[in-house]
Design a protein. Structure first.
Length: 81
């Protein structure tokens, strides 16, 4: 279930790149999320990461290149495989 994490581009990185600190809003949040997406774009396991976030209902953070808001906007049956 977690084997994909060994190949993740974010492995060993500070989680603050992917999860917003309390009170982060607006431009600061968009910049941080874009930095996280940039890491995810080059990641060989972004798809399983995103699926994990969907399957385990992660309500926070950038997973597989998608923010929590983007994951919540997707239709229930519209998952990436």
């Amino acid at each position: 279930m977690w084997g994909w994490q060994a190949d993740a581009a974010c492995r060993g990185m500070d989680s603050s790149v992917f999860f917003s600190p309390h009170g982060e809003r607006g431009r600061a949040r968009r910049r941080r999320e874009e930095a996280a997406r940039e890491i995810c774009r080059s990641c060989p396991v972004s798809s399983p990461c995103g699926l994990f976030a969907d399957d385990s209902r992660q309500f926070y953070g950038v997973w597989g290149g998608y923010t929590a808001a983007e994951r919540n906007e997707r239709a229930p049956g519209a998952r990436r495989r």
